[in-house]
Design a protein around this ligand. Structure first.
Ligand SMILES: [Zn+2]
Length: 500
């Protein structure tokens, strides 16, 4: 019998945001699986001396994670899943598990399989048994299928985008689980109201920095604070995968099933009623239009989001289309302005520049190794001005007549000022900074004197209609005419231990 003050809780999962419109694949190795103690060391709250460390016997099994990318090959997923299940079998052979934290993002894809998270949750449940409470703290760009909603007992999600509350959310998922495990058996499992809402929008239209998301998400803690309610969430969903589950979801969990149901329906109704108000977080245009605006603007630094290949949303990251346009732009050349471009991954190009060394003139062909659909590899002639080897990457800067181009050995995001200054680049003093990103992350947003989002091609194209979804539920806003659609038609209520 487990000590009720110190329940046994396993931690496992696979976190990825995967575009099915990208030819890229995310292998098991790219997901850098952590095992055992390393799983716990990844989070402050249950590592040595953390806020929740002493409240449970934490058992790290396997947690695999990558920012975003393409789908996971079927055999790689099978291997990770088998290892997770074997770890849970071993853990349960000593004593039953009281709880399990399923650490997932919610928008992973596996080649040939829909709903990875639902599949993993079912498999995990089969090992840990019906008594074990399962909790997940997810990304609001994740998906909650009917299967996932039915199988996981406690679901919560981020309440901000950009996700400044990501650690807080992961901690809340763990704390909610511990709080419920402190209740007597037979009173632990809350009811769950689940409402899939037929809306499919990119994150760049649903940032909580702007309406209507600001006020919709402000409703979440209000609902959570109600008597009989434990948690509430809006998963705005992931639009760059073509699976039947892809859409927005509202969930409310709590012991008062009827209140959970009415609050979830009300919040889903508000989301639906305000769907037309979602708009891009910044002015948008074709790259030509956006670059023309940047060149003409007196504001500096002027940031341009190269959004169609955003690696943190699932783009391959090595699409060269925008860089080729930038290097060849007569408007930029005539303006006398200089631009920074971050970044294009190309292992051979980065290594060749490193070998040539700082000060050398090089001629490279870079990018389009993974995603060459929009454009072929781009010719890059200039001087190597920085070579920065890292633990698992290599970054170089090639200075061309009008653009400083960051070339990396591996795909990586540029979200922080230090990501640039480490390379000897000063984005504050640049005229124009073009970044593969969607909405600007906080440091870049604060630094930008002005910015525009360029609707460039790639695996995470912001122009969803260009992608051609075939398998999502229809009709779907904004792809279809949704007049006459009942947004609550798919709602379900999963009862808890105590209904009422
Ligand atoms: Zn997200």
């Amino acid at each position: 019998m487990t000590d009720p003050a110190r329940p046994r809780v396993a931690v496992c999962g696979i976190s990825l945001e995967a575009s099915t419109f990208s030819p890229a694949l995310t292998t098991a190795a790219m997901l850098s699986p952590r095992r055992g103690r390393e799983v716990l060391d990844a989070w402050d709250f249950w590592r040595e001396g953390g806020s929740l460390t002493d409240r449970a016997e934490w058992i790290g099994v396997l947690q695999a994670r990558n920012i975003a990318g393409g789908a996971i090959p079927a055999e790689d997923y099978a291997a990770l899943k088998a290892e997770i299940l074997a770890g849970l079998v071993a853990a349960t052979s000593e004593a039953p598990l009281d709880g399990l934290v399923l650490d997932i993002h919610g928008a992973a894809s596996v080649v040939g399989l829909d709903d990875m998270e639902g599949d993993l949750a079912l498999a995990v449940r089969a090992v840990v048994g019906a008594d074990c409470l399962i909790s997940s703290g997810m990304d609001l760009h994740g998906n909650v299928s009917h299967t996932l909603a039915a199988t996981v007992d406690l679901l919560t999600t981020y309440r901000t985008a950009p996700h400044v509350d990501w650690q807080e959310t992961k901690e809340r998922a763990a704390r909610n689980l511990l709080d419920r495990l402190a209740l007597p058996r037979g009173r632990r499992r809350p009811a769950k109201a689940w409402v899939p809402v037929p809306i499919l929008l990119p994150g760049e239209m649903t940032s909580t920095r702007q309406e209507p998301a600001t006020s919709l998400y402000a409703r979440v803690p209000e609902i959570e604070a109600l008597d009989g309610i434990l948690d509430a969430g809006i998963w705005i969903g992931y639009p760059w995968a073509d699976e039947p589950r892809n859409c927005a979801v509202v969930m409310v969990v709590g012991d008062d099933a009827e209140l959970a149901r009415t609050e979830a329906a009300a919040l889903a109704g508000e989301l639906w009623a305000r769907r037309e108000e979602f708009g891009f977080v910044a002015p948008t245009g074709s790259f030509e239009e956006v670059l023309a605006a940047a060149v003409e603007s007196p504001a500096a630094p002027y940031f341009v989001s190269d959004s169609g290949d955003n690696p943190t949303a699932g783009g391959a990251g090595d699409v060269t289309w925008t860089l080729a346009e930038l290097l060849a732009s007569p408007a930029l050349a005539a303006s006398g302005k200089r631009a920074i471009y971050a970044s294009v991954p190309d292992a051979a190009g980065a290594l060749a520049a490193q070998e040539a060394g700082v000060g050398a003139d090089v001629r490279l062909r870079v990018g389009a190794r993974v995603d060459d659909r929009p454009a072929p590899p781009v010719e890059l002639s200039g001087r190597v001005v920085a070579v920065v080897p890292g633990e698992d990457n290599l970054e170089v800067v090639v200075r061309t007549p009008h653009v400083d181009v960051v070339v990396t050995r591996r795909r990586r995001p540029y979200h922080l000022e230090s990501d640039f200054t480490r390379l000897g680049l000063d984005p504050r003093r640049a005229d124009i900074v073009v970044v593969k990103i969607g909405y600007l992350e906080p440091e870049l947003f604060d630094m930008a004197a002005d910015w525009m989002l360029a609707l460039t091609p790639g695996g995470v194209d912001q122009d969803l209609a260009r992608l051609g979804h075939r398998r999502v539920r229809r009709p779907m806003f904004p792809l279809d005419d949704v007049s006459g659609v009942d947004p609550l038609a798919g709602a379900a209520l999963f009862p808890g231990d105590t209904t009422g």
